[in-house]
Design a binder for this molecule. Structure first.
Ligand SMILES: Nc1ncnc2c1ncn2[C@@H]1O[C@H](COP(=O)(O)OP(=O)(O)OP(=O)(O)O)[C@@H](O)[C@H]1O
Length: 261
């Protein structure tokens, strides 16, 4: 696997005249925990969908878990890549049972289609739901869950197959303050687990970067403003350029905050 979980070189995505991503280089190693930060429309979801092998770039090369995209069978890779976000949530029928949604992820499916699962699968699905504070939701229909409950169920689902790369697209979006802090704390616990997969979490807000995250990638209008260890990337200059306004950035303990000056 050359030590890299993910390597993008010169990646671009074009749709008509629009350049969604431009010349993106990004290397994720096994032990990395990345925050991908940028304003609305910066290309964050597009970037994550490429990493999840759901979208093929127009230019450049992508290696995921040792496979060059376009050369191997992506269906074999998919159970090794956990992916949660609104792109996944939007595909889940409202009537989908939560336990079935989680358990079926071990085979890369989105919901149950009559296949049989053993006791170990059930035990792991309950364990994953428990780890994300959602065990009590196992028998509910997905459409009846609150936004925060959906987020936690989808993260539990994304970990079901014991992936080597976990991609979370705006896991804290739409959560109230308590819900956000609970989620950020759970993500910090995951980040501290040496057996956890490589992580990449998309957010608009530096306040949502969990403790223990190691790297940051700042995106603006499809291009990388800065990428690397958080302490080097999270400067006022870099974040001001990323969001297009003068910002003051502070590190408060193991968390970050930013506000306009
Ligand atoms: N098929 C398409 N044709 C043209 N433009 C597109 C297409 N798909 C996406 N875009 C544009 O590409 C840009 C990047 O979209 P993307 O969803 O990756 O951004 P994002 O950083 O995740 O945004 P947000 O934070 O608002 O979710 C947006 O301006 C979007 O409108």
């Amino acid at each position: 696997m050359n030590g890299h979980v993910l390597r993008m070189s010169g990646v671009g995505v074009r749709r008509g005249a629009a350049e969604l991503l431009r010349d993106v280089d990004w290397v994720v190693e096994e032990e990395d925990r990345w925050a991908v930060i940028g304003p609305n429309g910066a290309g964050k979801t597009t970037l994550l969908r490429i990493a999840a092998t759901q979208l093929f770039p127009t230019s450049g090369s992508v290696d995921v878990l040792g496979e060059r995209m376009g050369e191997g069978d992506v269906f074999e890779l998919r159970p090794l890549i956990g992916f949660a976000g609104s792109a996944v949530a939007n595909q889940v029928p409202d009537t989908q049972n939560v336990l079935d949604l989680v358990i079926s992820a071990s085979y890369g499916y989105l919901g149950r289609w009559g296949e049989e699962y053993g006791q170990p699968d059930h035990d792991r699905a309950y364990a994953m739901l428990g780890q994300w504070g959602a065990r009590h939701l196992a028998d509910r229909a997905f459409g009846t869950l609150s936004e925060g409950e959906r987020k936690r169920v989808l993260i539990a689902r994304s970990l079901m197959s014991d992936p080597e790369l976990l991609l979370l697209d705006e896991p804290a979006a739409g959560l109230d303050l308590g819900g956000r802090e609970d989620l950020v704390r759970r993500l910090a616990t995951l980040a501290a687990d040496i057996d956890a997969p490589a992580l990449a979490v998309v957010t608009h807000h530096v306040e949502e970067i969990p403790a223990g995250f190691t790297h940051g990638l700042l995106l603006r209008e499809g291009r990388v403003v800065a990428a690397g260890p958080l302490e080097y990337v999270m400067t006022a200059d870099n974040l001001s350029e990323t969001f297009g306004l003068p910002l003051k950035v502070e590190r408060v303990g193991d968390r970050w905050s930013a506000r306009a000056v």
